[in-house]
Design a protein around this ligand. Structure first.
Ligand code: HEM
Ligand code: HEM
Length: 177
């Protein structure tokens, strides 16, 4: 595999930084909702969860611009077409959920009448206070991060399959490292 088959370095950096951030945000979300209200730092975690979550929205746009401006390496033709299609489908599902998950969190807080933080900044409000809408967005936001996690697991299993249980030239992980 030649170097030109690798993803451009900016895309590789984005991939691993955003990936770690998302896993951290999911872990923090899962942890913070289980904390008792008496725990002094509970809402500090909410603050960081929301701030990094909003950051993901900006990083997603930056990432898509970088992708659009970059040369994305073609998958080896020898990988069966259905596997190439499946991989591409999973990638676009990942992008879709990287949008839906933080936006549902943002809109949930906004419709709940709460300020949406970006570290020490306050993000603009787009919605009138609407507890019913906030409730529905809450129902959504407590499920879809775990759907995203499930897609990440499939995605990771795909990378492992091609690295360890496939021909060496099908090792797509090398393109992302
Ligand atoms: C990539 C971004 C994000 C991910 C992966 C994510 C993930 C999660 C997860 C896994 C939970 C726990 C759900 C549960 O088990 O009940 C959660 C809860 C929560 N998230 Fe997010 N989130 C993200 C972005 C945001 C944003 C941008 C906001 C608001 C600005 C937000 C606000 C909240 C709130 C308030 C809760 C707690 C809900 C409750 O107390 O029941 N999240 N999030
Ligand atoms: C939250 C975690 C992750 C997210 C959101 C994510 C998302 C993505 C996305 C959207 C792409 C498509 C890049 C493009 O636009 O072409 C991609 C590619 C890739 N990811 Fe991930 N990823 C995550 C974690 C991982 C992990 C843990 C591994 C491996 C152990 C991995 C391995 C790869 C590889 C090898 C590619 C390139 C596939 C190819 O050559 O076409 N990713 N990832």
């Amino acid at each position: 595999m030649s170097n030109s088959d690798k993803y451009p370095v900016l895309m590789r950096l984005m991939h691993w930084i955003v990936g770690l951030l998302i896993l951290g945000i999911i872990g923090a979300g899962w942890y913070m909702v289980g904390l008792d209200d008496s725990v002094s730092y509970k809402y500090d975690i909410y603050h960081w969860h929301k701030s990094f979550g909003v950051l993901i929205i900006f990083l997603l746009f930056a990432r898509l611009v970088i992708r659009w401006a970059s040369k994305v390496p073609k998958l080896p033709d020898s990988i069966p077409a259905y596997q190439r299609k499946l991989g591409t489908l999973v990638h676009w599902l990942l992008y879709l959920f990287m949008f839906l998950v933080p936006v549902s969190g943002y809109m949930m807080s906004d419709a709940g009448g709460r300020d949406v933080p970006l570290f020490n900044l306050v993000m603009p409000s787009f919605l009138e206070k609407n507890p019913e809408l906030a409730g529905r967005l809450h129902d959504m936001h407590v499920i879809i991060p775990y759907v995203l996690l499930g897609i990440v697991v499939l995605h990771t299993l795909g990378a492992i399959k091609h690295r360890f249980f496939d021909k060496p030239e099908h090792d797509v992980l090398r393109r992302m490292l």
